[in-house]
Design a protein. Sequence first.
Lengths: 160, 867
Amino acid sequence: VTDSADRRSPLAGPLPIDLPGVRIEELPFLVKTNVRGPIDRPLPTTPNTVIGDGDAYALWLGPDEWLVVGAPVEGVDVSAQYATIVLRGSSARDVLAHGCALDLDALDSGWCAQTMLAKANVILHGVARDEFRILVRASFARYLVAWLADAASSATSAAG
Amino acid sequence: VRHESIGRIDRSRPLSFRFDGRDLTGFAGDTLAAALLANGIHHVATSVNLGRPRGIVSAGPEEPSAIVQIEAPFPEPMLTATTVELHDGLVASSLSGRGRLPNRPDPSRNDAVWAHCDVLVVGGGAAAMAAAAEAATSGGRVIIVDDRHHRPRPAGPRWLPASTSVRWLPRTTAVGYYDDNFVVAVERRTNHLGAAAPADTARERVWRIRAGRVVLATGVHERLIPFPDNDRPGVMLAGAARDYLRHYGVLVGHRAVVHTNNDTAYAVARELEHAGVEIVATVDTRAGDRISRVYGEERVTGVRVSSRQDSGDRDFVADVVLVSGGFQPVLHLYSQAGGRLAFSEPLGAFLADGCRQAVTVVGTATGDGLPECGVPPLPEPSDDVDDRTFLDLQRDVTVADVRRATDAGLRSVEHVKRYTTAGTAHDQGKTSGVLTSAAVAAALGTTVGDVGTTTFRPPYVPVAFATLAGRDRGALFDPERLTPMHDWHVAAGATFENVGQWKRAWYFPRGGEDLDAAVARECLAARTGVGLMDASTLGKIDVRGPDAGEFLDRLYTNIMSTLPVGSVRYGVMCGLDGMVFDDGTVARIDDETFLVTTTTGNAAAVLAWMEEWLQTEWPSLAVRCTSVTEQWATAALVGPASRTVMSRIAPDVDLAFMRWCDATVAGLPARVFRISFSGELAYEINVAGWHGYALWEALMSAGADLGITPYGTETMHVLRAEKGYPIIGQDTDGTITPDDLGLGWAIRKDPKDFVGRRSLSRPDALRTDRKQLVGLLPEDASLRLEEGAHVLAEAVPGPPPVPYLGHVTSSYASVALGRPFALALVAAGRARIGSRVYATVRGTLVPALVTSPVLYDPEGTRRDGLR
């Protein structure tokens, strides 16, 4: 009954943004589920790590809490709760360093963290060395993209 | 005056600048101070209290005197001329103590970056580079912050192996040292480019650096020597004169008198002499010589030297006096880090003496290699008000001022600082702090070590507020949270109000309507036709697990575990003190799942409250709470015609009051609640957030022929107030129990405990004169009471203290009632129903009738609509 044309992302307008060394885009309408116990899919037990295959990921959020992204599973549906922003490129790390206190250089891939990016709570997922997913409450999405665009233009300007 | 070859300036790049209206030139690589001195200008400021001419004392951030106003390219007040890099088109002017803020917004950008390293080196000299090389060679990440710009290392420290990870930040000053080796530094990125600065680059950047270890190679600050008129332009630190020569090729004068208490100034004198400065006298305090007088006001023209050995005084013609009163290691950051300082009598300096943080001091900052010269001698104590022997030039504090402080009974150097203001200026007494301590010690007959120093506080140098604000300005100052329907509201011309960080539609004016006119129209539509409100911001929490019912029973004042699947119940939550904390609805989704709503402002607080109880008090309960506030977009369809609209887009929905169902609404999967915050027939339709916009458009379209009217939070407030529904936080203030609100019915009668129950049986909670929520009708039906107005029993108050019954919490005009009305918290309010009280309207007491808080449809006949 649902026509996907009826769905509307808060980020349909502002994204994607391409700058030298960084691309900011959205992965709209991803399925996301808050999971609080065993499901028929492997869940990471090491804090702040991610198990995934490129399509679906399970993110460790707490000793008994995970977020499964990209595949429908049993749990609390939070698909529309978060917008998913992808930050990719050789400067992506520098852009994040403008608003994130984590030591991103020490993190490679397959990690996640619940932290602050600028003034928004986010779940940060290190997909690859130069590729990050930022899951942010939908109501904060436009603020965060405006902030990212501003930080990226400064992080990628000629003066660095 | 420039030397023809010495210096690191780029003589192929002359720069034009303007100072106090004079067009001047300098070279690339100059500071403003260097270029002014090269043009023979020493007098660059006027002292704040005494109006005395002041010159350039130092060549760095320790400058106590040469404070200037930058006029162009953009006004900046109170910068030290010794740290402003010269650029083409720079316009500056001298200041008298205080600067001027620009009267237009600063167009520049500033930003902040987090960085992490194993070793942070602060400094740029040989000791800093050695420490950095050692750290980098052992494989760690190294950051070097160097506040200078004239150490030319364009490719970074080139003596380091290419494989090492070194980030070199020139023009960067470490300004604060906090716990866990967290150091804040400010990088000046484009200031030195003037109008040529690229617009997309931050002018200044705050570096927030977390370091495993910090190496302070911060060097030393030379000290002044107190002598009469030691503030005259032309009196400067000896080392500064050498810096001006070495770095900028500037000869600070033609004829110099050197005044010192140590050997270093002799080397400076030789170097300057070799470059062409005539050294006319060397006045060494160790030989008992001193300068007893300075000639010249706007510029030194000579000095009188008094000697212990010679019988008489001698006058010398000179245009500069080069002073060295010894050295103080730069330990501001060390002290901020929690490091202890110990006084060395031989050096006359405070030295690092251990720190709880991982910090090492290297180079001259340790005191190594400093002359054993002690603190320079102070002149005989004087309380002469005309004393002009200065300690703190920027604050015009003299030796006599300190003497007056100690004569007034002050003993602590901290108290003397506050009494005299010595050390409180932009420079925090970098060249005079130890002298001030010495003056206190001399006056009290004790030692400098006993007197100690005042506390070093961040920032080490002044930092502009714009720099600290970074990109947190304008639209990025604070996040604006937007609902899925926000764009529709904007397109419809809504006026918004801030509710926390949310932007909520306040009202939807049509054709020039003001708030009152729009709200009257919106209320009428909701009461007689159909209205539509965006309720997406309401907090929503998914509470599930085998013990979810038991858990909610303990948090709400009424029973939730008995709620049948498919039903909804209103609930009130109290704090441990029994006072109302939040309210909302609880819906039972299935045996083990409840959906809880909270007020917009308390969404996060209620979730945190639940987690606190679950994690700290009731870990045995198997319950999980998950915020789903933004999973759902919520549209409230309100009014007697709402059923008609629903029948068109959701024909299967047939809900009784306080029931919910899953349904398809306008083709969208939805969860529909029959609940009402207006007293009218109403549906709250929830869809996935990304469907919110489509749902809203479908509802507007389905109700178009019925005149469906979007309404905002103001109309919502009026509608609920007409029904006496309280808003937690507006009609309550943390001292109100459920019974005070008339919600005694929502407190369960069985003996089972809930949070706050015990407090509700305290005698104070049972007082009959507690403030209770009532309605107020002003007797003059043209008057609207003021929210917050005091409610009094008497029309003419007696002498103070005037007994006060309570206050107006909500007040509106009502179309439904045909008159204004208010809600108020009034002592023993329910017992006063039918009686008269008084409240203010624009300062005048007016009579009002106390009524039940439920003023509209008290029988509840409209809940199910007009069948």
